[in-house]
Design a binder for this molecule. Structure first.
Ligand code: SF4
Length: 277
């Protein structure tokens, strides 16, 4: 069985940077907490824990030392509160997410009704919403848009890992209904590249395997995209989850991985698929 890996796959710049910053903080001594799991990958979080980096689910669980803000970013009030508590804050917010924050702040300051295209309960979206003044409208598709607009000026920002097609659908639905529409395409290039190369590869192979945390939004999106072009798409977190029956009669297997999947995890899956025959 031959394995082909997507041209753009696996850990992205923002996640790599956050991991490096957390490791740096761990080696410089003292207590180190991340606010929430640093990345949506249980194995990588466990590896960090072995190096002394602990997860604080809430700010009140971190009383001293260093607090690492993950690549998803947070409400700026949380950073202020952490500093006021005397914590040393290491801000690992991905620069692409910071751009979405900036766009949200601009739209809010200029009097636009802010629409965020993304998942309402995702920490990145919560952070963007806070930068938009806390009252943004969060939608995943046009059916969730309000029936009436309180203002005729609408501005759109998008969660960095959303597919472009979703942003386009929401923008197209708002456009005929408002006097002014301003759009910031804040989808990051790592996302665009990973989604495009996953889709391309899924269409060429017999079976597609997507590697990444079951709690990872960007991995879930790759699964969605690949499944749409290849129904024999499977999502695994580690090589142990692979089932030989998935590969019956397959000659060519495609592998891709979410932006929060460490290289070693993806390689483990590639090796395991190759060893199936
Ligand atoms: S997926 Fe994009 S926005 Fe998210 S951490 Fe990676 S590079 Fe940054």
């Amino acid at each position: 069985m031959q394995v082909r890996v997507a041209r753009h796959a696996g850990v992205c710049y923002g996640v790599e940077r956050a991991l490096e910053l957390a490791m740096e903080a761990a080696t410089s001594g003292g207590t180190v907490h991340t606010l929430g799991p640093l990345i949506h990958n249980p194995q990588a979080v466990a590896a960090l824990n072995e190096r002394g980096v602990e997860v604080a689910e809430r700010l009140d669980e971190a009383d001293d030392g260093t607090l690492v803000i993950r690549s998803h970013g947070v409400d700026p009030a949380i950073i202020e509160e952490a500093r006021a508590k005397g914590l040393d804050v290491v801000d690992a917010t991905c620069p692409f997410v910071s751009k979405a924050h900036e766009a949200a702040r601009t739209l809010d300051a200029e009097g636009y009704t802010v629409v965020i295209v993304g998942e309402a309960d995702h920490p990145e979206v919560e952070g963007i919403c806070a930068h938009a003044g806390g009252d943004a409208i969060i939608v995943q598709d046009p059916t969730e848009l309000p029936k009436r607009w309180s203002r005729r000026k609408v501005g759109v920002v998008v969660q960095t890992t959303q597919p472009l097609s979703r942003l386009e659908a929401v923008v197209a639905a708002i456009l005929p209904r408002v006097a002014e529409l301003r759009v910031f395409n804040t989808i990051c290039s790592a996302t665009t590249q990973r989604q495009a190369s996953a889709e391309e590869l899924a269409a060429e192979v017999d079976v597609m395997v997507v590697v990444g945390g079951h709690n990872s939004g960007n991995t879930a999106r790759l699964v969605e995209i690949c499944s749409a072009v290849n129904p024999r798409t499977h999502h695994v977190e580690t090589a142990e989850e692979l089932e030989p029956a998935w590969f019956e009669g397959a000659q060519l297997v495609g592998v891709t991985a979410g932006a929060s999947t460490p290289d070693a995890q993806m390689q483990g899956v590639i090796d395991a698929v190759e060893s199936l025959g």
